[in-house]
Write a protein that binds this ligand. Structure first.
Ligand SMILES: [Fe+2]
Ligand SMILES: [Fe+2]
Length: 309
């Protein structure tokens, strides 16, 4: 990994400072932090047995549009069986408590990205072991948001450029935190945390890298979809399902995300649930995005008081 200049600090949930702001994040620097706590050991627990995760997952899956995507009861049972295998160490699971208590949107989001990405992986990745490996990255992909102030995560008006930078910091912070807890910066969860906002045309962040790992791309598409169809603080409501799928189709047309993942997602939204390879995607655009949406707009663009000239 090329080095990355951290603008903001990275702390664990128990407030241990791993990197102060202005650190040049290199593989060597992260390895040194990992080595410093190599002797620490953590208990692990199956994700579904932790707190109310099982009930919460089932509740979220019963709501639209997930109720359509997961309408097949056998599919849900298969998925739950797969989920049983996913274990995390206690500090990672405690991040879910943090989000459930302070930022319910992120809590719901990470569980649904977990469920949806696992479903899509079953279509797109024939290797069962790879599916399990991927499933264990969904619930942690946004763990770095623990390092972003809650007032930024919950802001309803445009973010300033500084706040935007702080929000984007969650990708590098997640990479570091997961490297620390797994004691291995090469763990797939670390790659997913760092790269899930990268795009195939290099228009993403934090590095503007080429998004080309099929596993990370499944998380990236699941992440975008869930962000569109669930309520968010910065817009007047959620995208309806049709409009969300049209937005995602547009992103695939612009080569930002992978077509076959998008097709698999659309196939699960069709009543007939056709095999994704046989899918034809309509080019027609009929959806209406929410009327108020300040995502991607900075305060400097909209409010003269932030302009510096
Ligand atoms: Fe994210
Ligand atoms: Fe996310």
């Amino acid at each position: 990994m090329p080095s990355l200049r951290l603008q903001y600090p990275i702390r664990t949930l128990d407030n241990l400072l791993l990197f102060p702001p202005e650190t040049l994040l290199t593989e060597e620097a992260l390895d040194a932090v990992i080595d410093s706590h190599r002797a620490d050991s953590y208990q692990t627990c199956p994700l579904l047995s932790y707190g109310s995760v099982r009930e919460d997952c089932l509740t979220f899956l019963s709501l639209p549009p997930y109720a359509t995507i997961f309408r097949d009861k056998k599919e849900i049972d298969d998925l739950l069986n797969l989920f049983e295998i996913v274990h995390f160490s206690i500090p990672i699971l405690q991040s879910l408590d943090y989000f459930k208590q302070h930022d319910l949107y992120t809590y719901t989001h990470v569980l649904m990205v977990f469920a949806l990405s696992t479903l899509l992986a079953k279509d797109l990745i024939p290797n069962y072991e790879e599916c399990i490996r991927l499933a264990a990255t969904g619930p942690t992909h946004d763990i770095g948001k623990m390092c972003v102030p809650l007032h930024i995560l919950k802001k309803t008006t445009p973010l300033t450029k500084t706040e935007r930078g702080f929000l984007e910091h969650h990708a590098a912070a997640g990479y570091v935190l997961l490297g620390y807890y797994y004691k291995n910066r090469r763990h797939l969860a670390c790659t997913v945390a760092l790269d899930h906002h990268e795009r195939r045309d290099r228009s993403g962040y934090p590095r503007g890298n080429l998004l080309e790992d099929p596993l990370v791309e499944i998380i990236a598409v699941s992440d975008i979809y869930d962000a569109l169809i669930m309520p968010r603080p910065y817009r007047s409501g959620a995208y309806d399902n049709r409009t969300a799928l049209e937005e995602i189709t547009e992103m695939a047309k612009q080569n930002k995300i992978r077509w076959d993942v998008v097709k698999a997602l659309i196939a699960h939204n069709r009543k007939s649930n056709p095999p994704y390879k046989e899918m034809t995607v309509s080019a027609e655009k009929r959806g209406v995005p929410p009327s108020y949406n300040v995502h991607g707009i900075t305060a400097e663009e909209t409010d003269p008081k932030y302009r510096t000239g």
